[in-house]
Design a protein around this ligand. Structure first.
Ligand SMILES: [Zn+2]
Length: 277
């Protein structure tokens, strides 16, 4: 069930929203990034890793959204990391017992019983400005930014040429801005695209949080596509984006609704701020 995308880097795509779990092989075991969604998928992953003789020695959650914060006991008790800001956000959410109840409502009812929430979000924040994930394996650089979610991290595994993008640079999901408590979500997003563009020269394989992995050309094309989307959203221009409308992949027609919702909220924000854009 694991598919190799680069030397020592394997991914598993969930049935739910094409969520990608990423396995990076180290010296004494693996780093597991965004472990997955469904209990039986994580159990199968744990099984595969056991057969490979590769225990999970570290975990990492790219950002504080439920679909990136799950864990299954069968994956073991390795430390699960996130950025300090990600961990603080999760801690805050977990302190409200209603959060888990709300998540349970967001999960489509047909899969809800298969999503194990008991170990949700039990992550350790790395000290602010931590540059690399502390583990015994290839260097994994943390590129922290504020697009999409607080303390979101893209991860660059330079020696393997892999960029783990988290919830950006997807072929199925449009950029989803963090419209909750940020002063300038559009600029946060554009700044992050510039950050990722800055490392694109080191990328042979791009793995998004949801959707298909791609090569170097695809990474650059998706940076351009996401930027074009954000510009169109900012300027309320018409846009032709294959992820919205008739060209959207089967099962992804709801993304058009996400777009409509963002557009409406941004217009509302700029009206109440009295600023254009
Ligand atoms: Zn996600």
């Amino acid at each position: 069930m694991l598919r190799q995308v680069a030397d020592g880097v394997l991914i598993h795509e969930s049935e739910f929203c094409q969520s990608n779990a990423i396995v990076v092989q180290g010296r004494a075991g693996v780093l597991l990034i965004d472990p997955g969604i469904l209990g039986h998928e994580m159990a199968a992953l744990a099984n595969d890793l056991r057969e490979l003789g590769q225990p999970v020695v570290a975990g990492f959650s790219t950002h504080p959204h439920w679909d990136h914060l799950l864990w299954d006991a069968r994956l073991g008790a390795a430390p699960r990391y996130g950025t300090a800001r990600c961990a603080a956000t999760v801690r805050n959410l977990l302190s409200d017992a209603r959060w888990k109840a709300r998540i349970a409502q967001w999960i489509p009812p047909d899969i809800a019983p298969q999503v194990p929430l008991d170990l949700l979000g039990l992550i350790t924040g790395l000290p602010a400005e931590t540059a690399r994930i502390p583990w015994d394996g290839p260097e994994v650089r943390i590129i922290e930014h504020q697009a999409h979610a607080p303390g979101h991290a893209a991860l660059l595994i330079k020696e393997r040429g892999v960029l783990v993008a988290g919830d950006m640079l997807s072929d199925v999901l449009i950029p989803m801005l963090d419209l909750n408590d940020t002063a300038d979500p559009v600029e946060d997003y554009l700044a992050t695209l510039r950050l990722l563009e800055g490392v694109a020269g080191d990328v042979d394989v791009l793995v998004p949080g949801h959707g298909s992995a791609g090569g170097a050309d695809e990474a650059r094309a998706r940076i351009d596509q996401d930027r074009a989307y954000v510009h169109a959203l900012r300027d309320a221009h018409a846009l032709s984006d294959p992820r919205i409308g008739p060209l959207a992949k089967d099962g992804w027609d709801w993304v058009a609704g996400v777009h409509a919702g963002q557009l409406q909220r941004l217009v509302h924000r700029s009206e109440s701020n009295g600023t254009p854009g």
